[in-house]
Design a protein around this ligand. Sequence first.
Ligand code: SF4
Ligand code: SF4
Ligand code: SF4
Ligand code: FES
Length: 757
Amino acid sequence: MSTELIKVTINGADFQVPKSARLIDVCRENDFAIPSFCYYADLALQASCRMCLVRIEKMPKLQTSCTITCTDGMIVTTQSEEIEKAQRSMLEFLLANHPLDCPVCDRGGECELQELTFDWGNLEERFIEKKNAKAERYLSPMVANDPQRCILCKRCTRVCDEWMGEEAIEAGNRGANMVIGTFGGWLNCSQCGNCIEVCPTGTLLDGTYRHQHRPWELTQTISTCTYCSDGCQMSLGSRGEDLVRIVARDRYVNGHNGEFLCVKGRFGHPFVNHEKRIRTPLIRYKKDGRLIPATWDEAIRFAAAHLDKVVAEHGNNSLAVIGSPRLTNESIYALNKFAAEVVETKHFAVADAFSLNSFFANLGGQLATHRDIRYAKTIVLIGGEPEERQPLTGKQVRQAVRNGGANLIIINSVPIRLREQASQFIHISRGSEDAALLALATGGSDALAAEKMGIDAHELEAARDVISQTRGDIIFMFGSELSAAAQAVIAQFPHLLAAEGGRVLLHPLPLYNNSVGAHDMAKGEAASANEVLKGAGQSVRAAYIAGSLLAADEVEALSKLDFVVVQELFETETTAFADVVFPAASFAEVDGTFTNSGGLVQRVRKSIEPVHQSLPDWIITGRLAKELGVDFGYERSASAVFREIADRFPAYAGLRYPALKDESQPSQVKHALAPRRDLANEFEAIRQQVEALPDNGEKSQATPSVGHELFKPGTMISKTPQIGLLAAGNPTPETFAISPLYQITVDENLKREPAVV
Ligand code: SF4
Ligand code: SF4
Ligand code: SF4
Ligand code: FES
């Protein structure tokens, strides 16, 4: 938008507004209420509902303010008898075929159509003709549909197209028979539910929560998603002791994701109250014996006595302490403190297959937030698959291109779906991502890099030209394919590729919701679980694990240990080797913070009390420490833990929970910036590794299917029954009238291997 200011007069008052600002936005920003249905900021204009009418001097007829850009001297009236009459008539037409069944509609109580009818409507129906009856149905395991309530605003079809790139739903038929639906009647898409979220009526509904609760019965708690590193803000709806739904409605939340959530964030919550949650502490008194329920005092005493014994006999470093990048900053911090100050072991690890230690040690510039991504001028994505692993990032990239005209350069060995948006897709051989980076960084290695990547050298030159000609922000994004040396190089790009008229920003694509926080809480020194467990049975004799290990060989290594303590939500492959299991509370039951991939520190808030006898991870660690003679002194206050984090870590200095309370103004961690440094060693290491690659290596030719990662049933998401159906290929049920859950049975132990490793 232009920075030039112009004068606009609204209802007799003068305002200075940016030239070409949208009139509806200007009116609302200045507290003049404008009703609307089809207008949705940052989506293509629809201009079909005609609710946003205003009178503009010198223009004939009333104008739709959503389609008007401000011009200097414009004189606008937003309220008059004429405008009100037109708006009331429009609402009457919109309701002509509407069933007016608010008392049985799931959206009743939080429906924009209902609200605007009360605020702007006639509250009286003069149409007496028979309504066009259309049956309710399921469009997919997640999306339920009552076509008769539709006002054809097409917000749903636009978000599906513009945010998700899926075009899975469209308007069919004509005139009064027009309905929103899907080709073939059954919806095969990523099941994000964003069409449900943005629907202003009860037409598209959450099929997993339907007919169960009314919105006013729910307590809404704003928190941060527990699944991926995007850190979407969301509203947890709880009733009593149960978490019953998750939405991102902006009436409750105004986070960096707006109304966006993906299938995991929106529908992946049933694990919280799942019947298989561990209910009490458990002790295995004899190796190969059963885990027996115990009291907290017994379990803490038992664990502390055995850990103490191992350390006394084999030394401090014989105990490995391993955290999960899924835990809150507070819990990882407490665990790290336990390792460093209670046991004094050097074996502290985070079970994350993608370490960012090298990246942050060399960080030469700021991390790109998701807002930065949306407004970037050029985005370079090396490796990764954001649409499946960090879906909000995928959506921001798509919008940057579609709505912002950004250049998108994708360098990947897999023709990922996002390449459809790319101005340049460089299809490289598997494992040659480092070669691409070498070429981008030095420009002198094109022949070697091109040979190993199986591409034409001029493709690299073209990419460099786009980067060097960009006026505005350039963002480099990368996945876990980059080696530590390559991460060091990309971290220095803000120094190497200083841009004119913009910034060079960096955006890693970590694998877990709190990978960045886990890195920070371990001061960038955490080893991987694999590294510390290499010594299992020799130098390492016991392990204290918060969360579960993922790799099979790491789990296997536990069998060689004398004593294993695990805190978890469910019994897993890891707890199968545990001598003591502590029931841990989920993200919905704790207070804390996560740090997302853009470095935003965001609040996790307790929505329900911890289920059964579970406790937050940091409290369990504190109790174990106290039993071993060290009192952390947090007095059950997560904010006290965070205060200590802020006092000890310069990147978090000055942050406090009250300062993080407004999710619309998130705080970014101030990671220490490394000066420009000589990268000769890294270049040499990369060059050697690239030279060892085969020429013209293998390339994946097929675009992976939508959901290949999203629907993979992990420990938490598999507790959503509908995910089983999606993982099984979303079979079409016999009838769309009832949920497919009641028609199709799938193997609940189904495992689906990722198409992209
Ligand atoms: S659930 Fe998501 S992908 Fe599927 S139709 Fe709705 S918006 Fe489109
Ligand atoms: S289904 Fe909802 S969002 Fe889609 S056109 Fe109808 S009313 Fe609008
Ligand atoms: S994009 Fe990531 S953070 Fe957002 S809802 Fe999905 S899993 Fe959660
Ligand atoms: S909001 Fe302007 S026409 Fe619908």
